[in-house]
Design a protein around this ligand. Sequence first.
Ligand code: ZN
Length: 250
Amino acid sequence: MMMNSLIVFIFSLMIGSFINVIIYRLPLGKSLIWPGSFCPACSQAIKARDLVPVISYIVLNGECRHCRARISLRYPLVELLTGTAFLLVYLNSGSTICMAAGLFLTGLLIASAFIDIDHGIIPDKLTGIGIIVGLLLSPFTVTPLSAAAGSLLFGGILFSAGVLSGGGMGGGDIKLGLAIGVFCGLPNAVLAFIISSLAGGVWGGFLLMTRSAGRKSTMKFGPFLALGSYLAYVYGSQIINCYFRILGLQ
Ligand SMILES: [Zn+2]
């Protein structure tokens, strides 16, 4: 068990490295495969020994081997986040196919959240592939009917929220909602929306209190959608059971 978890974690760190490539290159319309990694400051190709997730960052002291330009701390952090998030999916999945769906959704959420933070968009390529993969897997996970219902409901709620707030919710958020709903199905898609809104509300309140944002500033909702949906997907049934127990209904 320990050994399996360690292997999954190391493998997930490498996926995290690839997610970094997606976050950086996809919004710029660059190929994800060619050319290999290079330093954005000096354009030197980065050798394999300097591409080991997390370890290389520590060994290089967070600097490019050639020009000593700083490498963003975010690269190893995204790798560690992916490693941890994937490991929890692995440890909490009932079946292999549910695990595969969960890992795919998690990767999609991490990439979407960071691209939204950087550029304020969520690329159609990501959400489109997500919807297709989710629908293809749905007969083995939440059932196609539940996937379709979850998707339309989540997308519909976000669309309504966008109309009511006068454009506070972007098209990318709505399409991400459609993709998340396909993976979560019902009732977890509803739970995903509730957790996302609570997390977004708490963060918004924090920004207002610390005066880092005014009442009129817009907030990127992608990272909260990602967090809420991840928790709903991995821990949905535990959260719902716990809630009913608190209410004394179980
Ligand atoms: Zn360099």
